[in-house]
Design a protein around this ligand. Structure first.
Ligand code: NAD
Ligand code: G6P
Ligand code: MN
Length: 440
């Protein structure tokens, strides 16, 4: 079997070890010759890299391993670039979340004003990675997790239209795993679903038993109506805030019980509840810095100190399964059905041709074939139009360095009540982001 060479861009991410463990667990179906890490923060990456080096050595995988901050060394001779960068890291996420909250608006990593500011930072980072890949490994594919995926995808569609990049998200698959549990299936693999929307802004229009074709929506509705995607105790995820998010899907579902909502719709449909519920002094970024980031870096330091990963609590990360499945489908032309963020081109027939939509696709070696969705209902279509216009305006603003366009984007966001508030938030975001983007 052909062996692939993988570059993980954003090597210092809290998800890097999870991808490596997942790759190691899947070598029988996706063999690998080499793994490299690349990051623009050398000292941060080194902690993750040295621990991963020990993990790889202990599993005697025979995989060549290296890490670097040099783009040429990183991007040369690779088949896949798995990208998950965060320009400005978690301290900038904290600002994305807290600035809108100061004005009583939703403060979230990828939604509303925070997502817009993050988008303005991410575009340049992802384009830079794409250009390195195109220069040093023109036949490679980039599989991009870097957020906010919707804005980044719109930017690469416009600015690098021929680039070999797929944008992905783990949220729908994580919700599908919850659906499978609710329906007493062993995994989401047992379900056949239809989903459509923009990234972090979509709905399931069909959930069926993969083998029998039975429509599972009525049974699922009984549960979601009461508990959302959480279990009957309001639990199911590892963290309280994710349990709350999964439970809150009940309220988004109530608006249209004929389709199942992505959990991220809570920020657009129930922004007031989200604001009331979030502490402006301690946002999700703080939880992640105190939780996942601290845990991962502490564990890596422990592995390095002990020279062994034998006692580590780092474990294989379900988040990674999606990116590994995608790489395997491309490498071996499996035509696996996966949700990807791709140009609409008529897939949703009554929606913009050029929008980047998240829809099921058959994945092969030379591209993907999206499955037709057809017409979507007025409620969803209206929401999608508004959000898509926001995302387009952000990319316009980035290209033109336009204050006016970014003010329009914020004003149009369903999470912001007026142009006045949008301007106040914008002026604060500009100040906070001045080393990443400026406007005229
Ligand atoms: P993190 O801050 O821990 O890691 C990001 C890494 O990227 C850091 O080490 C940073 O130094 C590096 N980096 C930043 N800019 C860079 C650049 N221009 N070139 C090279 N490296 C750069 O972040 P995290 O919490 O691990 O998340 C990583 C990314 O993955 C985020 O964008 C996050 O939103 C995204 N993510 C997406 C999904 C999805 O569903 N699409 C799921 C999970 C995480
Ligand atoms: C989900 C989303 C990602 C997002 C992540 C945030 O996985 O699909 O796009 O980055 O949640 O999780 P966090 O734990 O960092 O808040
Ligand atoms: Mn996502």
């Amino acid at each position: 079997m052909k062996k692939s060479s993988i570059l993980i861009a954003g090597g210092g991410s809290t998800y890097t070890h999870g991808i490596i463990l997942m790759l190691l667990d899947n070598l029988h179906r996706f063999p690998i010759s080499e793994i490299k890490l690349y990051d623009n923060d050398g000292p941060r990456q080194e902690i993750i890299a040295k621990a991963c080096e020990i993990i790889l050595r202990e599993q005697s995988s025979g995989i060549k391993f290296s890490y670097t901050t040099d783009p040429q060394a990183a991007f040369s001779g690779v088949d896949f670039v798995m990208a998950h960068i965060r320009q400005g890291k978690l301290p900038m996420r904290e600002k994305d979340e807290k600035i809108p909250m100061k004005y009583g608006c939703v403060g979230q990593e990828t939604c509303g004003a925070g997502g817009i500011a993050y988008g303005m930072r991410s575009i340049s980072g992802v384009l830079e990675l794409l250009d390195y890949m195109t220069e040093y490994s023109p036949n490679a594919w980039m599989l991009n997790y870097s957020n906010p995926a919707a804005i980044v995808a719109e930017a690469t569609r416009r600015l690098r239209p021929t680039a070999r990049i797929y944008h992905i998200c783990d949220m729908p698959i994580s919700i599908e795993e919850a659906m499978a549990k609710i329906l007493h299936y062993s995994s989401a693999e047992d379900l056949e679903t239809r989903y459509y929307g923009l990234n972090h802004f979509g709905w399931w229009s069909s959930v069926r038993d993969k083998t029998t074709g039975e429509d599972l929506m009525p049974k699922l509705a009984e549960h979601v109506r009461q508990y959302g995607y959480a279990d009957e105790q309001g639990e199911g995820k590892e963290e309280i805030s994710w349990n709350e998010t999964f439970a809150k899907a009940r309220d988004s579902f109530a608006l249209d019980p004929s389709s199942f909502p992505n959990t991220y719709l809570q920020y657009y449909l129930y922004g007031d509840d989200m604001v009331a519920h979030t502490s402006p002094d301690h946002s999700r970024a703080n939880e992640v810095m105190e939780g996942r980031e601290k845990f991962v870096f502490d564990e890596c330091r422990k592995i390095i100190a002990e020279g062994s990963a034998e006692n580590t609590q780092l474990k294989i990360d379900e988040h990674a399964s999606y990116i590994v499945d995608l790489a395997q489908a491309i490498a071996f032309n499996t035509k696996r059905r996966m949700l990807l963020i791709v140009p609409n081109k008529g897939v949703i027939s009554n929606f913009d041709h050029d929008a980047m939509v998240e829809v099921p696709c058959l994945v092969g070696s030379e591209g993907v074939e999206p499955l037709a969705i057809g017409d979507i209902p007025t409620f969803q279509r209206g929401l999608l139009y508004q959000q898509h216009a926001v995302e387009k305006l952000v990319v316009d603003a980035w290209i033109e360095k336009s204050y006016q366009k970014l003010w329009q984007a914020l004003t149009l966001s369903k999470t912001i009540p007026s142009a006045k508030v949008a301007k106040l938030i914008l002026d604060d975001l500009i100040e906070a982001n001045k080393s990443y983007w400026t406007l005229n």
